[in-house]
Ligand binder design. Structure first.
Ligand code: KG4
Ligand code: ZN
Length: 358
């Protein structure tokens, strides 16, 4: 087919992202506006606030992405936007703006599923990721394991019954007051815990059980571990009479124990899925890939652990660079490329009445 360029828009949660990607896998321009600082100050995401901030930044971010690419809307062939799943007040902003561009410039529009976009992102930067492949999506908002059979065919294998791993990292980070460690104060919860864990002398000081080891599924559970850690922190604080803003002395060992426990659970679930898929003949005998994406994929300890599982079963491990693992416009534009090539879900500019967010 001939070359084309897709402009992708992401507003499902707290990032306003826009990017332009072409059919040769080239990222032409990219811009992102992150709202997290304001949500931290509010103690969590308030959907009307998120929606308002997306509206305030939408056009600006789109123009920044076009400027970065040195392009104008007339050079774009297709518009794509996340329509689900996410906060509807957020999704609405990007979807409406995408439809507006589509109508104004008479370009086709492609509605995008946020999770599918995360899952397919790796294929833009790693040509060896072929269908079918296994994907592990781990972030603050997601925790799932799925088989990706094609651009629009996904089989969910496992999901979390309670928290996501990023949520556990962020909650413990807050409870441990790691923001008070000067050199870690600007890092995300998971990143700060990863660095604390490197300072551990003995991760076995706090033995944590890996949950649901006997359960015959690929589902995840983290809440038991989170409760146990919170109690441990309370006990440690009482034992040493730790002052209000001080970090407990045993924080490195606890961080290492948590990281190890999360890594082990992820590995066991992935291993179980690999064995299951191979027995069912759902994976080719060779050249299989495991894609790991989402904010937690940036954790080197966790990715090394998953690499060991992959080596055992002769799987190729593919982890996109962190800025492509987080929520961004690039993955939406790339999903638009994959869909446009195969004419999957492409709507003409005068057929957009059916587009709804959810
Ligand atoms: O994908 P993302 O940017 O946003 C969503 O949650 O959707 O992921 C952010 C999450 C946060 O929970 C953060 O603590 C975690 O990813 N994270 C990490 C690391 N860097 C970010 N977790 C573990 N290790 C890291 N190095
Ligand atoms: Zn996401």
């Amino acid at each position: 087919g001939s070359k084309f360029k897709v402009l992708g828009i992401e507003t499902s949660c707290d990032d306003t992202g826009v990017a332009i990607v072409d059919s040769d896998r080239v990222l032409l321009g990219d811009a992102i506006h992150n709202q997290s600082q304001i949500h931290i100050e509010n103690g969590g995401i308030l959907p009307p606030v998120a929606g308002h901030l997306h509206r305030a930044n939408m056009e600006l971010v789109a123009n920044q992405a076009l400027a970065a690419a040195g392009l104008s809307m007339s050079d774009i062939d297709v518009v794509a936007a996340t329509v689900k799943p996410g906060l509807s007040l957020s999704l609405e902003v990007g979807t409406k703006y995408g439809c507006h561009l589509s109508k104004m410039w008479k370009k086709p529009f492609i509605p995008i599923h946020h999770m599918e976009a995360h899952a397919l992102m790796a294929r833009m930067v790693d040509e060896s990721v072929k269908f079918p492949f296994l994907v592990l999506l781990i972030s603050g908002g997601h925790c799932l394991l799925a088989l990706v059979e094609s651009v629009d065919s996904f089989l969910l294998i496992g999901t979390t019954v309670d928290n996501s791993p990023g949520e556990v990292f962020d909650k413990l980070h807050r409870r441990l007051k790691l923001r008070n460690v000067p050199e870690l104060s600007k890092l995300s919860g998971g990143h700060a815990i990863e660095i604390m864990a490197q300072r551990a002398s003995n991760y076995l000081e706090f033995p944590l059980e890996i949950p649901a080891t006997q359960s015959l599924s690929c589902d995840f559970s983290f809440s038991g571990m989170l409760t146990k850690c919170t109690r441990t922190i309370e006990t440690e604080e009482q034992k040493y009479g730790t002052s209000a803003d001080a970090v407990i002395e045993s924080a490195p060992n606890l961080c290492a124990a948590v990281q190890m426990c999360i890594a082990k659970q992820l590995c066991r679930r992935v291993e179980r899925a690999i064995i299951f898929l191979s027995r069912k003949g759902m994976m080719p005998p060779d050249k299989c890939s495991l894609v790991v994406s989402g904010g937690v994929a940036a954790n080197k300890f966790i990715s090394k652990a998953l690499k060991m599982v992959c080596d055992t079963y002769d799987y190729h491990l593919s982890v996109p660079p962190p800025h492509l693992c987080n929520d961004n416009g690039v993955m939406i534009a790339w999903n638009g490329v994959e869909r446009f090539r195969e004419n999957l879900g492409v709507l003409q500019w005068d057929q957009l009445a059916s587009v709804k967010v959810s």
